[in-house]
Design a protein around this ligand. Sequence first.
Ligand code: AMP
Ligand code: MG
Length: 411
Amino acid sequence: MGCCDAPGLMPIEEALSKMLTPIKPITDIIERSLPEALGFVLAEDLRSPMNVPPFDNSAMDGYAVRIADLEQSTTLPLAGKSFAGQPFEGIWPETTCIRIMTGAKIPTGCDAVIMQENTQVNGNAITFNQDHIKHNMNIRPTGDDIEQGNVVLAQGARLTARDIPMIATLGFSHIKVFRKPKVAFFSTGDELRPLGSQLQDGQIYDSNRYGIKPLIDNFGCEAIDLGIVPDCQETLRNTFISAQQEADVVITSGGVSVGEADYTKDILEELGQIGFWKLAIKPGKPFAFGELDHAWFCGLPGNPVSAVLTMYVLVQPLIAKLAGHTQWKAPESIPTITKTAFKKGPGRTDYQRGVYSIVDGKFEVESTGNQSSGAFRSMSLANCFVVLEQDRGNVSVGETVQIQLLNSTLY
Ligand code: AMP
Ligand code: MG
């Protein structure tokens, strides 16, 4: 056995493949009004029923002309107007021009719009100073943005704040989406107290539910908060039984280690099946995955950094598959130069927390400091994960590492 083997620990790639293989995407289809469809996954290809724009229209405030008329005279009298929503409807006499506004329908026969900045107005006579008049200048042609019949979004796309207005341009008030996965979650531990309560000796506040819930929301699921459950086999068993009845996934935090009050794994064995437990990942080694009668199970480690990190790395792809979000992609890895050293022993893939910056066009990263799995400040300070490969040892300043960005852009 080499220095890099980690006996009993499953490499993360293997764990991911074991988790994802049996997951069947949710197929229940519901209809949502467009504003309420944000974050849902499209249940069918969305084809455009129309051209966008639906008619040739002006990209500028100015004057609609026929280029041939301008070749005869650069001053043309006004023959009418075409405003947005109020097209020109008369007959357009030769060697005249039409006042036109942005978004207004292009009058038949017009082959250029001259922006008003390039004209001089003298009563009813417009003089054009535009050089090099190009055919169809400042005209947005029918279907230029979206052509009728084209698929604008494929089944399996998760709707973002950028997709919703695009769908609105097509006039859909309601669309078909898959129902969101329901994810029940609870914290386990006798030491945990709810926020706002007075801590007794040996107690801490339950912070994990506040790390897990926003991620469940963010991954596009319905979160069911089952609170804090003490380290009591009976209560745990009952919570498991009711959780799996209302959820597609049950997530717990704590109690999956080898301590004497770590009952979660025993109950999973009793009520379902363990897929795997103990991964070659740091932090997050005691992550358990399994199957209950009616739900998938993810047992997150209790340490707050480990709980949130395993949500990102392991639970997120599981949920994407379950949600039918076929276009989900794991975060890109970006090669980055280290500005600080990173302590690391071979054996586990290490997700350290870092702060990246871009200096002279190049990515640089430094550590957030204390990398203990209980020190959540390292997560709060971070804007990226520094992903150090399983076999890698200590990293010195100036080495290249892979980072994954945390601050995602507009959702
Ligand atoms: P466990 O996995 O239950 O052995 O817990 C590992 C560490 O995480 C212990 O220090 C726990 O007190 C802590 N911990 C467990 N659950 C939570 C929680 N919900 N919030 C904050 N810390 C926790
Ligand atoms: Mg515990």
